[in-house]
Write a protein that binds this ligand. Structure first.
Ligand code: ZN
Length: 457
């Protein structure tokens, strides 16, 4: 068996790895590079392999940095099957159609600025490409071994990162490789903990937070309750930029759990996102994948998605109506880093009031409006206009969907014979720190994946 590393091999986004086994070529993930404009421009580059020569694609989970180039792969000639866990398969079209419409509007905007003689900008892919890709999807349950190609078997295990996220076990040529995908922290609400696997001939493990440990989730949650109290006393609105998958649902889960002690019945709560509404429907179809605590919470009435004062707003009209609310509203909207989406409209209407509370519950990347607000900007530029920021800002750490150094070390420690380990999906600083810790503990040489690196198993 041979493994080639092509993406997410010295950075966090753009996950793609190629396994050659039983004479077949199997791609693990086909993600998009995200972040700076330069990184995103690279998504249109040719793949470092021939798309039509790939026999099968195996997807770990439905985050764009793991699936974002799947429609492009199909558009460029990939004609094999696509394997993903069942709940992941339900999230896949929601995420990819959103990505296609972003690509289309980016291209439209670029084309409006063309000068005579410039070539038209073509979107990376379109809706039809997503539909073509979806026809190739075969959804698999967790835990079942499946022969995906002659001589090649896989099984998905719960990775506890987002709904339907998988650790992939892959067997071929008498060897077994395990790809962690993205691993969630133990104790993430709603999701089960990542499954521990005992045997492998090679392990590919993510390392996003390889150099640090998270704060306790429960401390974080108490802080959220205190912010709501303060905001209520001041008569303001609370704005929470949040990703449509995972974080939004987790927040509603905490709301249901703390309904009484946070006195949430006095608030109006809005989940203002057409995408989050679709994701909520996927969660509702897969409650069997929830952990035991969440199963119990979902048996109560109302469940976190049916809170009596919760409005999940889909239409633009309903979203705009929220702008009339001057106080007493908790508004959750995307994007999670406030660099687009409906949260921008709410920011425009609320930033000027000092009774407004902005709560950041996720990582805010360099260059985003979210980061500028966290860093204390007095003015926010939104849709070409500057808005004065009088709102109070709060940054809540500890709600990560990725496990930390301790969690990564403990997951790898579950393998009994210290199999060779390659770190992917992390910046060098994080990977080097983690490689050092594991190397010292287990007496092994940990490798950091580099683009173009090839390993024989
Ligand atoms: Zn992910």
């Amino acid at each position: 068996m041979q493994v080639e590393f092509h993406g997410a091999a010295g950075e966090v986004t753009g996950s793609i790895h190629l396994v050659v086994a039983a004479g077949k070529r199997i791609l693990l993930d086909c993600g998009m590079m995200q972040g700076s404009q330069e990184a995103e421009a690279r998504n249109a580059d040719p793949f470092p392999f021939e798309a039509s020569q790939i026999d099968a694609l195996v997807i770990s989970h439905a985050h764009i940095d793991h699936i974002g180039r799947v429609p492009l792969l199909v558009k460029r000639g990939f004609a094999g099957p696509i394997f993903i866990q069942q709940a992941g398969a339900d999230l896949l079209p929601v995420m990819l159609l959103d990505s296609a419409s972003l690509a289309e509007s980016d291209a439209e905007r670029a084309n409006r600025k063309l000068r005579p003689g410039d070539a038209q900008v073509v979107p990376l892919y379109a809706r039809e490409d997503v539909e073509q890709a979806m026809r190739r999807v075969q959804a698999l349950p967790y835990g079942e071994q499946h022969e995906i190609l002659p001589g090649v078997r896989i099984a998905f295990r719960d990775a506890g990162h987002i709904l339907g996220s998988s650790i992939t076990e892959l067997w071929g040529d008498g060897k077994k490789v395990v790809f962690s995908g993205d691993l969630g922290p133990n104790g993430t609400p709603i999701l089960r903990d990542p499954e521990v696997i005992a045997q492998a001939d090679l392990v590919l493990m993510e390392s996003t937070y390889g150099d640090r440990n998270h704060r306790d989730r429960l401390d974080t949650i108490d802080e959220l309750g205190r912010i709501f109290d303060q905001a209520w006393r001041e008569g303001g609105n609370v704005l929470i930029p949040a990703f449509a998958v995972g974080r939004s649902q987790e927040l509603l889960y905490w709301f249901a759990l703390h309904w009484d002690d946070w006195q949430l019945s006095r608030w109006k709560i809005f989940l203002d996102s057409p995408m989050a509404a679709k994701v909520v429907a996927v969660y509702d179809r897969h409650t069997d994948l929830f952990d035991a605590d969440a199963q119990a919470v979902w048996k109560r009435k109302p469940n976190p998605f049916q809170l009596p004062n919760l409005s999940i707003t889909e239409s633009a009209q309903d979203s705009m109506a929220i702008n009339q609310v001057q106080g007493g509203a908790i508004i959750i909207a995307g994007s999670g880093m406030a660099n687009g989406g409906r949260i921008l409209h709410h920011l425009k209407h609320n930033l000027g009031r000092d009774s407004t509370h902005l709560v950041f519950v996720g990582y805010q990347a360099e260059g985003t409006l979210g980061r500028r607000l966290v860093d204390g900007a007095q003015w926010a530029r939104i849709h070409g206009r500057d808005y004065r920021v009088n709102a109070k800002r709060h940054t809540i750490g500890g709600l990560s969907a990725h496990t930390d150094q301790r969690g990564l070390m403990s997951w790898y420690g579950g393998f009994t014979a210290h199999p060779p380990l390659v770190l992917v999906h992390g910046e060098d600083k994080a990977r080097e720190a983690l490689a050092g810790e594991i190397g010292e503990r287990d007496g092994i040489q940990v490798q950091l994946a580099r683009p173009g690196m090839v390993l024989q198993v």
